[in-house]
Design a protein around this ligand. Structure first.
Ligand code: 5GP
Ligand code: ZN
Length: 119
């Protein structure tokens, strides 16, 4: 069924606690944890607890949960103290854009200068 946990999905395993992570924020529908290979002083991943392969398919199927991810990302940015300096939300979508984990996630990046346009 759409949204069900996938046995071979890294982030579903993190949601279930089968793989440890440094959780910084949690709601009924979302989990946020530090990226294992941070690309900025603040680099947190915000994921829906339900499994969809990318942000667009999550939004199409469960728009309220997609909204929850955005709200959680804003709360993480506030917690991390990067709202004033600015931060970036990134949803890499597709292998060609650098997506490596096919469970929807927002990168919250901040705490350093952020070039525009991104690479
Ligand atoms: P993507 O490349 O799909 O947009 O982002 C996946 C992110 O997941 C990468 O930034 C990568 O460093 C992070 N990542 C991969 N494996 C793990 C893990 O086991 N734990 C955590 N916390 N992050 C991970
Ligand atoms: Zn998953």
């Amino acid at each position: 069924m759409a949204g069900e946990p996938q046995a071979d999905c890294l982030f579903c395993k993190i949601v279930k606690g089968e793989i440890p992570s440094t959780v910084v924020h949690e709601t009924d529908t979302t989990l946020a944890f530090r990226d294992i290979s941070p690309k900025a002083p603040t680099h947190v991943l915000v994921i829906p607890k339900v499994h969809y392969p990318d942000a667009a398919s999550l939004a199409a199927a469960e728009p309220a949960v997609a909204g929850d991810v955005l709200r959680a990302a804003g709360e993480v940015a506030a917690q991390e103290g990067v709202v004033g300096s600015g931060y970036r939300l990134v949803f890499n979508t597709g292998a060609g854009a650098g997506q490596t984990v096919f469970h929807a996630h927002a990168h919250v990046l901040g705490g350093r200068g952020l070039e525009w346009p991104p690479g």
